[in-house]
Design a protein around this ligand. Structure first.
Ligand code: ATP
Ligand code: MG
Length: 257
């Protein structure tokens, strides 16, 4: 009798779980502490998102955590980089307990060193290593770190705009949720200089690392997220031993000396 009761309980529980999954199926949870609460549950599935900030603001750590959290749920990750060197990158990320080598061995994670010129060729010719890796491995989350040097390949604003459009169109066809990093320093303004990127992406997250009263603090805000009632606050965050932790409370204006 008790067994039967437990069985019914189990089935009910299973039903509940299934329901929960289907509700959130359009969202891709980042599982970065508190971040999903700022954006209505996660990134939209298959969306293209930008994380922009100055040097050392935390973009690569954020982007890697986004991939690692996906891998933990069985979603394969691809990290395309123009700047990071594999060995030191793996070593740095291991400090957070993220064993990328192990994930790579299990074919859950791919590290791809790329050049901006190769991306340009890929846009002109279609396909390329990134696309074949995505198809072969069944990648669900992709990070391109960073697109800054790619943008720099183009001089004229119109060319930049066209290239950005082509890039986002291509990414849009990959059936992956993407996070692209962009190096921008917002110490003076809160405007992106790459306006093109701003228009083409589904969301933009800004990261700041200003000096305040003799020390630097980290902040993050959502500049835009299409179709989402996101937080409008500036949130302080920390880089902790297991990754990024975002404070939910709104921060006072930052950047005061
Ligand atoms: N294990 C760690 N624990 C705490 N903070 C760390 C740790 N490793 C790195 N950091 C901090 O994170 C910063 C680097 O973060 P990250 O590489 O994500 O920045 P970034 O925005 O990608 O920079 P860049 O534009 O140079 O690529 C370091 O400068 C340091 O302040
Ligand atoms: Mg970086």
């Amino acid at each position: 009798m008790k067994d039967k009761y437990n069985m019914v309980k189990k089935i009910k529980h299973k039903k509940k779980q299934t329901k929960k999954v289907s509700i959130s199926s359009e969202k891709v949870e980042t599982n970065i502490s508190n971040f999903d609460k700022l954006i209505g549950g996660g990134f939209e599935k298959n969306s293209s998102n930008i994380i922009a900030g100055g040097a050392g603001s935390g973009k690569s750590i954020f982007a890697t955590q986004f991939l690692v959290e996906g891998i933990k749920k069985g979603e394969k990750g691809l990290y395309v980089t123009f700047e990071e060197k594999k060995e030191s990158f793996y070593k740095n990320m291991k400090n957070f307990g993220w064993d990328l080598k192990n994930y790579e061995d299990k074919k859950l994670f791919t590290f791809l060193e790329y050049t901006p010129v190769k991306v340009k060729t890929m846009l002109d010719e279609g396909g390329g290593t990134i696309e074949s890796t995505i198809v072969r491995q069944g990648v669900a989350r992709i990070v391109i770190d960073s697109i800054t040097s790619f943008v720099l390949l183009f001089d004229k604003e119109i060319e930049k705009r066209e290239a950005a459009l082509a890039l986002f169109n291509m990414i849009g066809g990959w059936n992956c949720t993407s996070l692209l990093t962009l190096e921008e320093d917002f110490s003076e303004t809160k405007e992106l200089t790459s306006k093109t990127m701003e228009f083409e992406s589904d969301s933009i997250i800004l990261m700041y690392f200003p000096s305040e009263k003799g020390e630097r603090n980290r902040y993050l805000e959502i500049l835009k997220m299409r179709g989402v009632k996101h937080s409008k606050k500036v949130h302080k965050f920390e880089i902790r031993k297991n990754g990024i932790y975002i404070h939910l409370k709104s921060s006072r204006r930052f950047g005061k000396k």
